[in-house]
Design a protein. Structure first.
Lengths: 342, 342, 342
C-alpha cells in the first residue's frame, strides 16, 4: 500500500498543507514515525514531536497553528481522533481469502453458503448451517449444526459456534471465541452430588457485534443468551447463560456476567468486573474496572466502583479515608483511653 | 422431538391434570413459552404467567392450587427444580457422531479405542492413548501420548490434553479446555533471569467431572494435579500445578487456584475468586465471588468474603461501616479538634 | 528413562552418599516417593519423610546431617532448589516430533523453514512466514502471513499467531496462546454506536519468552506490543495493544494490562492483577495478587497491594483496621453521643 499525500487528504476530507506528492506507506505513532509514514497529533503534550519528527505527513486539527517550522506535510481535519480510525483502515492489511473454499475444509452437504464466502483449511461446518454472503471463515473453525451466520461476518481461526446459535451481519468473532458454550447449570442432590440441567437454548448476536479472543458466551438454558446490535466485548470475558446485553454496550477484558442478568444499552464496563446473576443494569451505566456489582442498577447513567460496588464518588471518598484508617483508629483509641482515664 | 403430555408426565413421574394428548416439542421459560412448549412454575412471583401463558403444559409443584382458570395442561411433581433437569434433557439435541471415526482424524496406530467411540475430523490422537467405550471426541481435539480417557466421556472441539493425563468416566470437557498445561514453575537465577523447572507430572480427573470452556488445568510439577469425583468447574478458570480438589466441589467462572493448594469436598466457590498457593480449604467451604483467600480455612462449612477474605458476615459488617467512613472520619476529626481546643 | 544414581549425581554435580548403582526412573515429591524414584529434601518440616521414604535416592543440601538411619542413597548438592530444576528436566518426556513435516499440515510454498523444523498435522502456515532452525510446531497451530519465529521456539497445539508478529528464539507458546489478537479500539460516534479503529501493528516477543495457555497478547494499534527477553507470562492473561513489558518480568495467571502501559524489568506481578492503561511501572515492582494499579509506579522495587493499589504495608495496616471497623464505629458513635449528652 502506498498513496500520495494529496489522495490521502482527500480520502479523510482534510486540507493539505505541504507537498501533495509525497508518498505514504503506513501510519505510525508520532514518537516513532519515520519517512514514508503519516502520524497524528492531537494531545498538546506531544507538540515537540511535531517539530522533530521525520514522518512524511502529520494529521492535525484544522485550527492548529505551528510555533516552529515543520518539515512534514500537514493534513488538517475537523477531528483528529475520529479521522485516525478511517486513516488506519486504509493501511490495514487483510488476509486475502479470495472467496475460496479450501479443499481441506469439511462442509456438510446440507449447509448453504452465500456468494463470495471463504472457508479455510481444517474448518468444520455442520449440517443445516446457513452462511450469508461475503462471510469469511478462517481455518480451524468449528460451526455446529443449524448455526446461522449473517452477511459479511468474519470468523477467525479457532472459533467454535455451538448448534442453533445465530450470528448477525458484519460481526467479528476473534481467535478462539466460543459462542454457545454450555451454561453452568447443576442442581444439588440429596447425597451432595450435582445433577446437570441440560442447556437447550442458544446464543443470538445482533449485527455489528464484535467479540474478543478467548471470550465465552454460554447458550441459554432455555431460550437465548442475547447480545444487542453494535455491542463490543473484549478478550477473555465470560457471559453466562440467558444473559441479555443491549445495544452499543462495551465491556473490557476479563469481566464476567453471571446467569440471567440484563445489561442495558450504551453501558461501559471496565476490565475484570464481576456482575452477579439475575439483576438488571440500566442503560448508560458505567462500571469501574475490578468492581463487583451485586444488585440491580435502576438509575440510568449511574457510575459505580468497588466490590460490592457503590456510587463511584462515594467509593473514592470512603477509600480515601480507608487509606488513613490507621491514624483515625489511633485517634479513636486515644480518645477512648482518655475518656476512660477521666 | 415431540412427545404427548401423558408420556412426558410419566417420564418425570408426575400427575397429569388436563389434556393427556397435547403434543410438546420443546421447553421454554414461562414468560416466553408458546404453544407446543412446556414451561415450569415454582417461584410465586411468576404466578401471573401461569394464567396468561399460551404454553401447552406447565410443570408445577404437586400441592399447587390455582387461583384462576388455567388453559395449559398441568404436570404435578414433587420438586419442580429437580424435575426441570430431567425435563430439559428430554429435549436436548445432541450432535449425532454415530460412533464413526472420521477419515480426516489422525490416530496413532498404537492408540486403543473402546466400542462405540466417535472421533471427529482434524482431531489428533497420540501414541499409547487408551480410550474407553462410548467416548465422543469431537473435531479438532488434541490428545497427546499415553492419555487415558474413561467410558462415556465427551470431549468438545478444541480441547487439548497433555501427555499422561488421566480422565475419568462420564466426564465432559467443554470447548477449548486445556488439561495438563504447563505449570508456572521458574527459579530466579543470580543474574535476574528465570530458569524453568520441568513439569513432569500429570492431571487426574475423577469420574463425572465437568470442565467449562477455556479453563486450564496445569499438570503437576512432580506427581499429579487432581480433581475429585463429581466436581464441576465453570469457564475460564485457572487451576495451577499440584492443586488437589475434592469431590462434588463447584467453582464458578474466572476463579483461580494457585499451586499445591488443597480444596476439600462439597465446597462452593464463586466467580473471580483467587486462592493462594500451598494452603488447605476445609470441606463445605463457601467463598463469595471476587474474594481472595490468603490463608488456610480449617473450619468446615466456613463462609468467606473479601480480599483478603474474612468471615462472610464480618466482611459485610466492616463494609457497611466502610461506606460510612467519610462521616465517621468527620466525627473523629471534630472530636479531636474539640479536645485540642479544650 | 532410567539412570544409575552415580550418573545422576554427576549430572547435577553432587556428591553421592550410598549405593551408586541403584536405578532411578523418575522424580517424585518426598511424601509420595517410591522405589525407583528420587525425591528432594530442603524444608526442615519435611525431615521425618527422609527417614520414612522408600525412595531410592534423595537430593539434600551438602551440609545435611541425618539424625537417624536413612535407607535411601543421598545426593548432596550446594542448592537443592536450584538443582531440582535440572533434575526434573532429566526425567521430562518430550513428544518426539522427529523434525517431520506432517503431510496433513498446510504450508504456503512461500514460507521458509530452517533445519530440523517439525510441523504437526492440521497446522496452517501462511505466505511469507519465516521459521528458524529447530522450531517445533505442534498440530492444529495457525501462523498467519509474514510471521517470523526464532530458532528452537516451541509452539503447542491451538496457538494462533496473527500476521507480521515476531517471535524470538527459545520461546515457548503454550496451548491456545493467541499472539496478535485484535486490540479493543473503538471510538464512540454521535449516535452512540462505536466505530472501529483498525489495528495495524504487531507483537514482538524477545528471546526466551514463555507464554501460558489461553493467554492473549493484542497487537499494537500502530507500532508494536512488546514483551522483553526472558519474561514469563502464566495462563489466561490479557495484554492489551501497545503494552511494553521489559525483561525478566513474571506475571501470574489471569492478570490483565490495559493499553499502552509500560512495565519495567524484573517485576513480579501476582495473579488476577489489573493494571490500567497509559501508565508506567518501574523496574522491580512487586504487585500482590488481585491488586488494581491505577497510576504510575515511579519508585523502583515498590511493593503494592489493594484496589486501587497502595504501598503493600500501608494496605495491610489499613485492612487490619478495616476488620475492626464495626467496633471502631461503635466507639465513635458512643463518644459522639456522650458529647452530645454532655
Amino acid at each position: 500500500m502506498k498513496i500520495r499525500a494529496a489522495e490521502l487528504a482527500s480520502m479523510v476530507e482534510g486540507q493539505l498543507d505541504g507537498n501533495p506528492d509525497i508518498l505514504i506507506y503506513t501510519a505510525s505513532k508520532i514518537e516513532e514515525a519515520k519517512e514514508g509514514s503519516i502520524c497524528f497529533f492531537a494531545n498538546p503534550k506531544y507538540e515537540h514531536f511535531v517539530y522533530q519528527t521525520t514522518a512524511s505527513a502529520i494529521l492535525v486539527n484544522e485550527n492548529f497553528v505551528p510555533k516552529q517550522k515543520i518539515n512534514a506535510t500537514l493534513i488538517r481535519v475537523k477531528d483528529v481522533y475520529q479521522t485516525v480510525a478511517n486513516l488506519l483502515s486504509i493501511f490495514e492489511q487483510k488476509t486475502e481469502m479470495n472467496f475460496q473454499i479450501d479443499p481441506l475444509a469439511k462442509i456438510d452437504p446440507s449447509a448453504t453458503l452465500g456468494d463470495q464466502v471463504s472457508v479455510g483449511a481444517f474448518s468444520v461446518i455442520g449440517s443445516g448451517v446457513k452462511i450469508g454472503s461475503g462471510v469469511t471463515i478462517y481455518p480451524q473453525v468449528y460451526i455446529d449444526t443449524n448455526v446461522q451466520i449473517g452477511d459479511h461476518t468474519i470468523i477467525f481461526p479457532g472459533v467454535r459456534i455451538h448448534r442453533n446459535c445465530i450470528i448477525g451481519k458484519n460481526c467479528v468473532l476473534n481467535y478462539n471465541v466460543i459462542i454457545g458454550s454450555e451454561g453452568f447449570g447443576f442442581v444439588p442432590t440429596e447425597n451432595g452430588s450435582y445433577k446437570k440441567i441440560a442447556q437447550i437454548g442458544n446464543v443470538i448476536l445482533g449485527d455489528e457485534v464484535e467479540i474478543g479472543s478467548n471470550t465465552c458466551i454460554d447458550r441459554g438454558s432455555m431460550g437465548s443468551t442475547t447480545i444487542g446490535h453494535g455491542t463490543k466485548l473484549d478478550n477473555l470475558i465470560q457471559i453466562a447463560h440467558n444473559v441479555q446485553i443491549g445495544k452499543n454496550t462495551v465491556i473490557a477484558a476479563q469481566s464476567g456476567v453471571a446467569g440471567s442478568t440484563k445489561i442495558g444499552n450504551n453501558c461501559q464496563i471496565g476490565g475484570q468486573v464481576g456482575i452477579v446473576g439475575h439483576i438488571s443494569i440500566a442503560d448508560g451505566t458505567r462500571i469501574q474496572a475490578q468492581s463487583g456489582v451485586a444488585s440491580s442498577v435502576n438509575v440510568e447513567n449511574s457510575k459505580l466502583y468497588g466490590s460490592p460496588a457503590l456510587d463511584y464518588t462515594n467509593y473514592l471518598r470512603s477509600y480515601a479515608e480507608f487509606k488513613k484508617l490507621p491514624e483515625l483508629a489511633r485517634s479513636i483509641r486515644e480518645m477512648v483511653k482518655t475518656r476512660q482515664d477521666f
